[in-house]
Design a protein around this ligand. Structure first.
Ligand code: BTN
Length: 273
């Protein structure tokens, strides 16, 4: 089913009149369109939504597969008012929480956070987040927040390298989600979390994040810079980073800006609980 665009517009305008929604059947990346729209003055909270991306991008220079009908692919223009603007890791954390809550509200699925910014069900990824910035002027910071949520496609329809590590809302719940309700719930939750972050500061976001983090107490493999570390995930925070109890003995603290991804490993102490 296609998107109900008037309803999405209404949701955006309820929060703030003037916000723009640009919908495209096909685009290279909604991120680039959002940058363009922002350069032309689109206000904070404006959204670019595409049915299909031909050059979707993910974190760590990876491509993001985004075929028609298989997901909610969108970018949000963020122009934080706070001086100084929030740390990017906190904006990402607020977004991860918003996507998780929106997904839960609209579909009943309860995803976990795979630190720093994936949503997972078990060990499979259901959504990813990408925060980008260009020519950051200190007096008018601009971030483009990209969200990709896998809604509906058979596992076999994922590219081979993603087949065993990805999932969709439909695969997990047995029902194709209504993408309009999903998108509206996520956008509303994003406004809520941004307000909370501005008003209450990092600790509230950090606490909610911690409550959803996946693999705590489990054995994981973590890529920190170019180094791969293996150990038990003792804690994970968007502010302070990750504590790992290393397989070979000892501890490592990894700052958020140095860690790239966490993957669960077999031989989990968590499984014995
Ligand atoms: C990741 O997990 O690596 C982040 C994936 C982000 C994908 C979304 S889809 C909408 C937006 N446009 C893009 O090109 N990427 C993001």
């Amino acid at each position: 089913m296609g998107y109900d665009l008037p309803r999405i517009e209404e949701t955006l305008h309820r929060a703030r009149p003037g916000r723009r929604l640009q919908f495209l059947e096909e685009v290279g990346s909604t991120q680039d369109r959002a940058f363009l729209l922002a350069e032309h003055g689109a206000p904070d909270g404006s959204v670019v939504l595409a049915e299909r991306q031909t050059a979707g991008r993910g974190r760590l220079g990876r491509a993001w597969d985004a075929p028609a009908g298989a997901g909610a692919w969108f970018s949000v223009i963020l122009r934080p008012h706070a001086v100084p603007p929030p740390e990017p890791t906190l904006l990402v954390a607020a977004t991860v929480l918003a996507v998780a809550e929106g997904m839960e509200e609209a579909t009943g699925l309860v995803p976990g956070i795979r630190w720093p910014n994936d949503l997972v069900v078990g060990d499979r990824k259901v959504a990813g987040i990408l925060l980008e910035t260009r020519d950051l002027a200190p007096e008018a910071p601009l971030f483009i927040l990209g969200v990709g949520i896998n809604t509906d496609r058979g596992t076999e329809a994922f590219p081979k390298e993603l087949r065993d590590i990805s999932t969709t809302i439909a695969a997990e719940t047995g029902r194709s989600p209504d993408r309009t309700s999903l998108l509206c719930a996520v956008l509303e939750a994003l406004d809520r979390w941004r307000t909370t972050l501005a008003a209450a500061g990092p600790p509230v976001v950090e606490e909610a994040f911690r409550a959803r983090v996946a693999y705590l107490g489990h054995r994981v493999s973590l890529l920190a810079g170019e180094e791969r570390l293996v150990g038990v995930l003792e804690s994970a925070s968007p502010v302070t980073g990750v504590f790992l109890r290393l397989d070979g003995g000892g501890w490592r603290a990894i700052r958020p800006e140095h860690a790239r991804e966490v993957r669960p490993l077999p031989g989990d102490p968590g499984e014995e609980e």
